[in-house]
Design a protein around this ligand. Structure first.
Ligand SMILES: Cc1ncc(COP(=O)(O)O)c(C=O)c1O
Length: 285
């Protein structure tokens, strides 16, 4: 049976439980991170673990394990589960708070989950987004709070839209579970760097984008600049690079997946393949 890791021990998934008094539940106070394992190899794991530690610091939660111990534990979990393709979810909650409010000693667990990529059609045709005026609380931390996008799920479905695009009335920040890039006139690729979660995919896409003839920038993406965008795309762990062709009913550029996005998607696949190739298999010392 599949094993999870809960507060210092490996347990069969069904036996893995937390108490109902955890303020992760009572107050929604917790953080997580999520990365993929492909062909037995964890993709960008160190980056995700460092972000997890950074998120814990940002929320004043004590990390139960240091980076090396975290890596070692995940290594063991992958071996126990004989993991090939999966998502690994690390969660750190506020714990059993004496006053049911302020954080105590955190509960920590690691789950191994199935995941599926978006349909190929979405990469071929691109997806649409709906604007939503919202800035995540503690944007630089990967908190477990997804109340706003979950409440909008039905509206998205009715509109045939894939996700929300957050803005504050002036600037675009990110999507609900992805970062956002725009290809602008003047051969510029721009992604916001304010009020966002610094995505691990975003970080690597910024590197990959250097291979194009375009300048790559992190900066302010105003709504008025976005109106001039020729292309746009989302980036995230599960999606890689996903083209965006429509926002709030307006086409982006000519409403087709553009050449820059296509070029980046091709570079991205190679980049990930090469990255994985260079990693040792989990059972290799
Ligand atoms: C709010 C938010 N922004 C951006 C991202 C993309 O981050 P990553 O590329 O590390 O998956 C996520 C991922 O879940 C997210 O929740």
């Amino acid at each position: 049976m599949k094993q999870y890791f809960v507060n210092n021990q490996f347990l069969p998934a069904e036996a893995a439980k937390l108490g109902v008094e955890d303020i992760g539940l009572l107050r929604g106070f917790g953080i997580f991170d999520f990365f993929s394992v492909r062909g037995g190899k964890p993709l960008f794991m160190d980056f995700h673990l460092q972000r997890f530690i950074h998120s814990a610091e940002g929320m004043g939660l004590a990390m139960p394990l240091n980076l090396e111990a975290l890596k070692d534990t995940i290594h063991q979990l992958l071996l126990l589960n004989n993991t090939f393709d999966a998502g690994i979810r690390l969660v750190l909650t506020g714990g059993y708070s004496p006053n049911s409010y302020l954080p105590a000693q955190p509960n920590f667990f690691i789950l191994e989950q199935n995941f599926s990529y978006p349909d190929q059609e979405m990469y071929d045709k691109g997806v649409s987004l709906l604007f939503h005026q919202y800035t995540r609380e503690v944007p630089e931390v990967k908190t477990t709070n997804y109340v706003v996008p979950i409440l909008q799920a039905q509206k998205l479905q009715e509109a045939g839209a894939f996700d929300l695009l957050y803005h504050d009335g002036q600037e675009v920040s990110e999507s609900s579970r992805s970062n956002f890039f725009a290809v602008l006139p003047g051969q510029r690729i721009l992604t916001s760097n304010r009020n966002i979660l610094k995505g691990i995919t975003r970080q690597h896409v910024l590197e990959v984008a250097q291979f194009t003839n375009y300048t790559v920038e992190e900066g302010i993406l105003s709504l008025s600049d976005l109106a001039q965008a020729e292309e746009a795309f989302l980036t995230s762990t599960i999606k890689g690079i996903l083209p965006v062709i429509q926002i709030d009913g307006q086409w982006v550029g000519n409403g087709k997946v553009g050449p820059v996005t296509q070029e980046l998607m091709a570079y991205w696949d190679d980049y990930v393949d090469q990255y994985l190739e260079a990693l040792p298999l989990p059972n290799a010392e």
